[in-house]
Ligand binder design. Structure first.
Ligand code: AKG
Length: 325
């Protein structure tokens, strides 16, 4: 059997589907491991130069805060679509200028923290130290959409994530987030906020349509060493003609996907980084699962003090205001 080079002796032990131990490295190393489970050769050939994007005037800090304080006018049809598909893409959640401010800030934070040679760069918990990121992550606009889609009223923050898929970096494997998050509730969702217009060539997040799509792959064994799980999901979805929404994102468009939603992303075949702010929220009252696994990474960093079976309500998981549909 191939031993995945990103695993320690402890996490590599047992069968390929055995994930019962806790992750024992950092969350950045977790991403390196997870991305190595994507099937298929990274395509070669020249990377595509994208046309320059003009985000228009950039908001001041106060203008940015005012924009993010404004509830998004979500419709009953958009909420129905989220419940039917486990994801929804919403246009105009942010102005292109606000997106550009976030992109510049996340680039600086990543450049300070991450090895530039890494193809899929990540950083979490920026909101604890950065006012601009905190304004977005805890905002009535983003968090309010989360509460409205889940129908739970208020939501709590699990974590923020800066994700930069660098030029030439490969696919994100098929997965669903309930496999990752040690949160014992279906009422968990992630806002995936692309920080530039994101055409297909850049590998936008792509979603299996239909809240039941995951049932088709329930029997597949996870493979912590190689790419067989990702390949298996692709094959089943193809054979069962599951529709995949893999279209581009305009500047300011944001997707929200639930914890049961199967999603993937293509390689970045452009000369620009595909940067994203991803923020995850959950229903108030949610407990930690009884037996967290290595697939949850270094989860204690996000919900400090919450032990298996306990309600998650640490100061790192503040309650956000919800907006009404
Ligand atoms: O950005 C990506 O390629 C993956 C992100 C993801 O899976 C998520 O935010 O749930």
């Amino acid at each position: 059997m191939i031993h995945n080079p990103h695993l320690s002796d402890s996490t590599a032990a047992g069968d390929a589907s055995d994930v019962a131990v806790e992750w024992d490295r950092g969350n950045d190393q977790w991403w390196d491991w997870y991305m190595s489970l994507a099937d298929g050769p990274v395509p070669d050939g020249p990377l595509v130069d994208l046309p320059a994007h003009d985000p228009g005037p950039l908001p001041s800090d106060d203008e940015f805060a005012a924009e993010l304080a404004e509830p998004y006018p979500i419709t009953a049809a958009q909420i129905r679509q989220f419940r039917a598909d486990s994801f929804v893409k919403l246009p105009g959640v942010l102005t292109p200028g606000a997106v550009e401010r976030l992109r510049t800030r996340l680039r600086t934070l990543l450049d300070e923290a991450v090895d530039p040679a890494v193809g899929f760069q990540s950083l979490e918990m920026m909101w604890l130290n950065d006012d601009l990121v905190r304004t977005a992550v805890l905002s009535p606009r983003i968090g309010g959409i989360g509460g409205a889609l889940l129908g739970t009223g208020q939501v709590r923050l699990y974590h923020d994530n800066a994700l930069s898929k660098e030029p030439g970096a490969g696919r994100t494997p098929w997965h669903y987030d309930a496999h990752h998050f040690p949160l014992d509730s279906p009422d968990v969702l992630t806002a995936w906020i692309p920080l530039q217009p994101t055409p297909r060539d850049m590998g936008p997040l792509a979603f299996a349509r239909g809240a039941d799509a995951g049932k088709l792959v329930e029997g597949l064994e996870f493979d912590k060493h190689g790419t067989s799980y990702d390949r298996g999901v692709s094959e089943v979805f193809r054979a069962q003609a599951v529709q995949v929404e893999d279209g581009p994102f305009a500047a300011g468009e944001v997707s929200f996907h639930g914890a049961a939603c199967f999603h993937t992303a293509g390689a970045n075949r452009t000369t620009s980084a595909r940067m994203v702010l991803a923020t995850t929220y959950f229903a108030d009252g949610t407990r930690v699962v009884p037996n967290p696994t290595m697939v949850s990474g270094d989860w204690r960093k996000f919900i400090p003090g919450a032990e298996p079976g306990q309600v998650v309500s640490s100061p790192r998981n503040p309650l956000l205001l919800a907006c009404r549909a």
